[in-house]
Design a protein around this ligand. Structure first.
Ligand SMILES: [Zn+2]
Length: 294
């Protein structure tokens, strides 16, 4: 199982990664952890990374890719890995594709844990930390009026990172970074969108199913309201079960014409709104993906 995990802050990505890791015995590989670990152990790449960070600069993709390469060559990654936090942009995705090709470990799937913006806000803004034991709570699950840790009675607090305006910014950055990746992996037929709301177990089950599902041939899928040219062509060639079912209803011809004209209108409207969304401060890239399912 070789997968990349995508999900907004607050999507539950970390928890789901741990569940997948436990179930399949493949390591969760986080670029942040790799960096910290390499620096702490003083490896060659770690020393390089440390120097860059101390100069106040961002660690280059080459260094991170080097760390990933090293990590994936360890025995525990023989059966796969769950990549978390990398790639974050198209350049990194392309470099990663090349690296995985080179070491003969291509991705099986890219899982996108899809959670509504409002839910993410609620989850993140409600987060409270115990300063004493480090436990994490959420105001939505704490008894009303209680503001202390049940374990040690310490007053819980909100991290500055979890204030609403900061969260909104973080989510915006995530959406901007992730949108091109969604397109990229959709084109490659690797993207699986997993509904990330609901019970933990149910989400885990959906993750499992998505991770094990067969790859969809590129060109057979379209994400959002604006299918790529390739996907459009494939769609035209492929049978259209929806249109067929509708057209089969009597009176066939009239209904079919109606459906077709309605479809054209919807597509037109979708294109328009997609354009609009592009110019407006688009909230997230998750919207179009979610729409596909309904
Ligand atoms: Zn505590």
């Amino acid at each position: 199982m070789r997968i990349v995990l995508l999900g907004a802050p607050g999507s539950g990505k970390g928890t789901q990664a741990q569940l997948l890791q436990a179930r399949h015995g493949v390591p969760q590989v986080s670029s942040g952890d790799l960096l910290r670990d390499a620096v702490a152990r003083g490896t060659e790449l770690g020393k390089k990374a440390k120097a860059v960070m101390e100069a106040g600069q961002l660690v280059s993709d080459d260094i991170v890719l080097g760390l990933i390469r090293d990590r994936l060559s360890r025995p525990d990654a023989a059966n796969g890995f769950i990549l978390d936090g990398f790639p974050r942009n198209i350049d990194q995705a392309n470099s990663l594709d090349a690296l995985l090709r080179e070491i003969g470990q291509p991705l099986d799937a890219v899982l996108l844990l899809d959670v509504r913006h409002a839910t993410l806000m609620q989850r993140l803004a409600g987060r409270r930390i115990c300063p004493k034991c480090g436990s994490v709570y959420n105001v939505s699950t704490m008894p009303a009026g209680v503001t202390v840790c049940p374990k040690d009675g310490a007053e819980v607090y909100q991290r500055p990172d979890d204030k609403e305006d900061v969260i909104a910014k973080r989510l915006e950055v995530y959406a901007q970074q992730t949108r091109p990746l969604i397109k990229h992996y959709t084109r490659l037929g690797l993207l699986r969108t997993v509904a990330g709301e609901g019970e933990l177990d149910a989400v885990a089950e959906r993750m499992e199913a998505a991770a094990l599902s067969k790859p969809i041939p590129a060109g057979k899928i379209s994400v959002g309201r604006k299918p790529s040219a390739v996907a459009k062509q494939a769609k035209r060639k492929a049978k259209k079960p929806v249109a067929k079912a509708k057209a089969a209803r009597p009176p066939a011809r009239k209904a079919a014409a109606k459906v077709a004209s309605k479809r054209r209108k919807v597509v037109k409207a979708a294109k328009k709104s997609a354009k609009k969304a592009k110019t407006a401060r688009g909230k997230t890239s998750r919207k179009p993906v979610a729409r596909k399912k309904k």
